[in-house]
Design a protein around this ligand. Structure first.
Ligand SMILES: C[S@@+](CC[C@H](N)C(=O)[O-])C[C@H]1O[C@@H](n2cnc3c(N)ncnc32)[C@H](O)[C@@H]1O
Length: 180
């Protein structure tokens, strides 16, 4: 079985093509941003609230000569200030920056506000991928509210998949939202 980060790429790949628009809502150290940049010739927009994340991502992109990316130091809830919808796919890898300040983490309220806008701005046939980390306190609350939001999405308009290892204690898991 694929681990969650591998499986998220398996889900994403069929959605990646040239002349699209892709968003990384939580840039972090830039690995997802790089994946998007390397698998399309499209524009990729990546958001984070920490300069440290932008610096790490810029370095990574430079090493791989990926130039089709715009790095934005702003909260993802403001993504509509930077792009013209619709977009083809987006990634949320929630939680805190690996190796960074664990107190700077995604927050349920902001994540939900962003998700509400994102499902509207997503192209028909497009995909939103979320990796959730219920193993820490803020992540537990965030997972609960994000999952409730996903369960309430109209089944005629969206398909939502959960990929979860159910015999582990609070493992990270995936929610994938596809717009019909
Ligand atoms: C788990 S990390 C992302 C890992 C990243 N996808 C990678 O490949 O390295 C989560 C990131 O979300 C960022 N973050 C937290 N709140 C945010 C917000 N409101 N808008 C954008 N990014 C945010 C954190 O600063 C952190 O860098």
């Amino acid at each position: 079985m694929e681990r969650i980060l591998d499986f998220s790429k398996t889900l994403l790949r069929p959605h990646l093509h040239d002349n699209g628009l892709y968003l990384d809502f939580t840039m972090g150290n830039g690995y997802d941003t790089l994946f998007l940049a390397q698998h399309t010739h499209s524009a990729v927009y990546a958001f984070d609230i920490q300069q440290q994340a932008l610096d790490a991502t810029q370095k990574l992109l430079k090493q791989h000569q990926a130039e089709n990316v715009r790095l934005i130091l702003d909260s993802h809830e403001h993504f509509l200030n930077y792009i013209t919808p619709p977009f083809d796919a987006g990634i949320f890898n929630l939680g805190y920056l690996p190796g960074g300040d664990k107190s700077v983490t995604t927050k349920s309220e902001t994540t939900l506000r962003t998700l509400e806008l994102a499902v509207e701005a997503l192209k028909k046939g497009g995909l939103l991928l979320l990796t959730l980390y219920p193993g820490h306190e803020e992540g537990k609350e965030e997972s609960f509210s994000v999952e409730a939001f996903c369960r309430n999405l109209d089944g005629k308009k969206f398909d939502v998949l959960k990929y979860d290892f159910i015999n582990k204690k609070h493992p990270p898991y995936i929610l994938a939202i596809e717009k019909k």
